[in-house]
Design a protein. Structure first.
Length: 209
């Protein structure tokens, strides 16, 4: 049986304590952002501004965030799990905050970009996007990945489709930039025509006035 995919942020504390202690390889789950260098490079390319201030929600063990640091962005990783953040710090994440995506501990207009990588299925869309709108600067972008219908997930994870994500983003003051079906492998990431061919759904949106 193939491994299942799971978000790096969850209220399932016992599961993430296990991941933080043993790592993803010793569980039946993994995240694409932790396992695919190509996805990390692809996501970094979606941040057009040099030295952007980025908030990554549900950063987990921090592989993507470390990659963004190496591209000279100023990155803060946020997660509910202190143990996951400790593991991320051991891997090189420089700035980590324990916090709830639905009650962010940051001032308004603090960030150029906000990323929710494979974690959106653990969040209430309206609350999370309202907070994203608050902490992003005007013109700031929110970047989201989640799992396609055919992907197995950890039991607490809710799969949102493109329509649900777009509606909630527009309702909280965002304009949709792009929605893509992504085939994600360790060695490559590419947009494909249908969700049936994809592993991840990608949505990007811009904060309006």
């Amino acid at each position: 049986m193939p491994k299942q995919r799971v978000s790096a942020s969850s209220t399932s504390d016992s599961f993430y304590r296990k991941v933080a202690t043993r790592g993803w390889r010793d569980t039946d789950y993994f995240t694409f952002s932790s396992s695919s260098p190509s996805l990390r490079r692809w996501m970094a390319a979606q941040i057009p501004k040099k030295r952007a201030a980025i908030l990554s929600i549900g950063c987990g063990s921090g592989e993507l965030e470390k990659h963004l640091q190496q591209s000279h962005h100023r990155v803060i990783g946020l997660d509910l799990s202190h143990r996951m953040l400790k593991r991320a710090a051991q891997k090189g994440l420089e700035r980590a905050v324990v916090g709830d995506a639905q009650r962010l501990p940051f001032a308004p207009a603090s960030f150029d970009a906000l990323m929710i990588m494979e974690a959106i299925g653990h969040l209430d869309l309206e609350a999370a996007f309202a907070e994203a709108q608050r902490v992003l600067r005007k013109g700031g972008r929110v970047l989201i990945t989640t799992y396609t219908a055919r992907q197995g997930v950890q039991k607490n994870y809710r799969k949102y489709n493109f329509t649900e994500l777009a509606a909630a983003l527009r309702d909280t003051g965002f304009a949709i930039d792009e929605q893509l079906n992504l085939e994600t492998k360790r060695s490559k990431v590419k947009a494909v025509p249908t969700e049936a061919e994809a592993t991840l759904l990608y949505t990007a949106a811009t904060r309006q006035a």
